[in-house]
Design a binder for this molecule. Structure first.
Ligand code: FE2
Length: 326
């Protein structure tokens, strides 16, 4: 896409080399500039894993063995490793053979997390088993000694029950009422041990961090309160504390990316930026900017915009000098 106009420019094949798709949540290493991503398919290989250099060349592309067709939404990476997910929420395989796509949770199966060196092959993947769950979004990951540490939002009810009276869209609406909690997994690459700790009872998702910290130790995350998006939570996972800002009755936010202040040194020296829709005023939205260091104090700026932005979209913040005109 043209980043200024969002016009479609064409399909990116990274020099004609990439024949597979690119998943949601492709990730950029802020140090090397490499783009890391996976994809998934309904026929083998069920997953591929790729690295694209900062110059836009596909430098690594590897099929990853999975026991069947899966539906991972995100991945994680550290300075030296990447993590891929095989979680027990996927299309019912029998129905899939008949081209029916029914997302089904299999709580009798474990969650599997595969860790490989950034330029590793399928044979280099170490698979770790943990309790069954589904994860949409990873907060961040980093290395601590032999451990690969990952913070992510663990979905509370992977296959939510549809409510009566919501008609034919009931099942879809149930999935949209996403509820999750911040959790930390530790995968020990030397011993194979896995620990999994819930860091907060509050239901939050759509995590964002200071992107300069991607793949490196980080302590702050900015999450949306779910399922109603009535506010944002700033986590300090080093101190184990959190702060909250609520937007007020009828006002709902979206994913809230972190924008570092120019010349910032501290991880949380910057702004948290989000779209807020106001149900009290038709077609009304604002861009709301919070000071990340003074989070609970409320907005430092509100910018009314001419178009309502509905709740629940991904967003990102990109410094203007990184958006190249074509
Ligand atoms: Fe997503």
């Amino acid at each position: 896409l043209d980043p200024r106009t969002l016009e479609t420019l064409g399909v990116e094949r990274f020099g004609g080399k990439l024949e597979r798709a690119v998943s949601a949540h492709a990730k950029v290493d802020p140090v090397s500039g490499e783009l890391l991503f996976f994809d998934y398919a309904t026929t083998p290989p069920y997953m591929t894993y790729s690295v694209v250099s900062a110059r836009g060349e596909l430098t690594h592309h590897e099929p990853i063995d999975l026991p069947g067709s899966r539906l991972p939404h995100d991945m994680a990476f550290t300075e030296h490793y990447s993590l891929l997910m095989d979680l027990p929420l996927f299309w019912d395989p029998q129905l899939l053979e008949r081209k029916v796509h029914k997302v089904t949770y299999y709580p009798e199966m474990p969650s599997r997390f595969g860790i490989l060196p950034r330029y590793g092959t399928n044979a280099d993947v170490t698979w770790f088993e943990a309790s069954p769950c589904y994860i949409y979004h990873v907060v961040n990951a980093w290395e601590e000694g032999d451990e690969f540490v990952m913070d992510a939002c663990r979905v509370i009810q992977a296959e939510p029950g549809a409510k009566r009276g919501e008609g034919e869209l009931a099942r879809m609406r149930a999935f949209l009422r996403l509820e999750a909690q911040l959790c930390r997994w530790r995968f020990n690459l030397a011993t194979g041990a896995v620990t999994e700790d819930q860091l907060d009872d509050e239901k939050t998702e759509w995590p964002t961090i200071n992107r300069h910290k991607m793949g490196r130790t980080s302590r702050y995350a900015y999450n949306s309160m779910v399922p109603h998006y009535e506010g944002l939570v700033k986590y300090d996972t080093l101190r184990g504390t959190s702060e909250k800002y609520l937007f007020g009755a009828g006002r709902t936010s979206n994913e809230a990316p972190f924008a570092p202040r120019a010349g910032a040194r501290d991880e949380d020296d910057g702004y948290v930026v989000t779209f807020v829709a106001d149900a009290n005023a038709a077609n009304s939205s604002e861009v709301v900017i919070l000071d990340a260091k003074n989070f609970a104090a409320g907005p430092v700026a509100r910018v009314r915009i001419p178009q309502r932005v509905p709740v629940g979209f991904h967003s990102t913040w990109i410094p203007g000098d990184q958006i190249r005109a074509r």
